[in-house]
Design a protein around this ligand. Structure first.
Ligand SMILES: C[S@@+](CC[C@H](N)C(=O)[O-])C[C@H]1O[C@@H](n2cnc3c(N)ncnc32)[C@H](O)[C@@H]1O
Length: 262
């Protein structure tokens, strides 16, 4: 499988302006390491080639995101819809790893000359927390906190933003475990929330603290819904508790999103 198989689908954007679309397409390809890097195997998928999963699912890849091209395209498109539809509020990702998705959101703002929205970058910057089964029994036995490759320092993430000339005061870093930071986050309103914290606790706590601040017409994206049972359960529990009935959309084999109706 070579690079020809990974050609970007130009329909992901509205083709507003050729330079705008070319910049964002190149940004996505750079973040995914599709320009210079070799195509890695996908060790989490029995070695089978999956166009939607490369290259980040190989954690040895130098890519600045592990989400793959279809999820990047979706994030790009929904961020653009927020701007085009004037949905008020800032943007946030909870669980950023090397920062690629947040860099992309900042890039979409830059491509549209948007100066009045911020991108919140929320992570412990030291990996996942150990499970707390007494509070979140669904996470019992989860060992993601033992994976050193999932811990990326704040300095390393800032350095990645700098590589793209996208580090400025429209980027806000929120350092710490979500249960400590999200209840007092200073943002008043969000237009897009992207949740990529893998565990039940990380997903539920993010929904509980951020979904009420999501504007009507705003988007919630959940990265791990199809991949991790605990994440799916957290989403299901929160939707049931809050009576959320908006239809779930699928971006690829794991990511889902929906648009808040009211
Ligand atoms: C799968 S990675 C995120 C991938 C990233 N979105 C990307 O584009 O490649 C999960 C991240 O979530 C963070 N994380 C998970 N649970 C967390 C929590 N409860 N508090 C803070 N950070 C958390 C980890 O530190 C890690 O950086």
């Amino acid at each position: 499988v070579g690079y020809r198989a990974q050609r970007w689908n130009p329909r992901f954007l509205g083709m507003m302006h050729p330079a705008h679309d070319l910049y964002l397409r190149l940004l996505c390809k750079s973040l995914s390491n599709l320009i210079y890097g070799p195509v890695p195997p996908d060790p989490w998928n029995d070695g089978l080639y999956r166009r939607d999963a490369i290259p980040g699912r190989d954690r040895q890849s130098p890519a600045h995101t592990m989400v793959g091209v279809l999820r990047l395209a979706n994030l790009c498109a929904l961020t653009q819809r927020v701007i085009d539809s004037d949905i008020p509020g800032d943007l946030i990702e909870t669980g950023v790893w090397r920062g690629g998705c947040c860099i992309l959101m900042r890039g979409v703002l830059a491509a549209n000359s948007v100066h009045d929205r911020k991108v919140y970058v929320a992570d412990s910057f030291q990996g996942l927390p150990p499970p707390r089964p007494h509070m979140f029994p669904q996470d019992a036995g989860v060992t993601l906190h033992t994976i050193p490759e999932l811990a990326v320092s704040l300095d390393a993430v800032k350095a990645n933003f700098l590589r793209y000339d996208l580090l400025d005061d429209q980027v806000v870093f929120v350092q710490g475990f979500f249960s400590d930071t999200l209840p007092s986050i200073d943002a008043k309103q969000f237009s897009l929330i992207r949740l990529d914290g893998d565990m039940y606790e990380s997903t539920y706590v993010a929904l509980e603290n951020l979904y009420p601040k999501l504007s009507k017409g705003g988007f919630v994206i959940i990265d791990d819904y199809g991949a991790i049972d605990q994440c799916k359960k957290a989403v299901t529990d929160y939707r049931n508790k809050m009576g959320i009935t908006e239809a779930i959309q699928h971006s690829d084999w794991t990511e889902i999103w929906w648009r808040k109706a009211s």
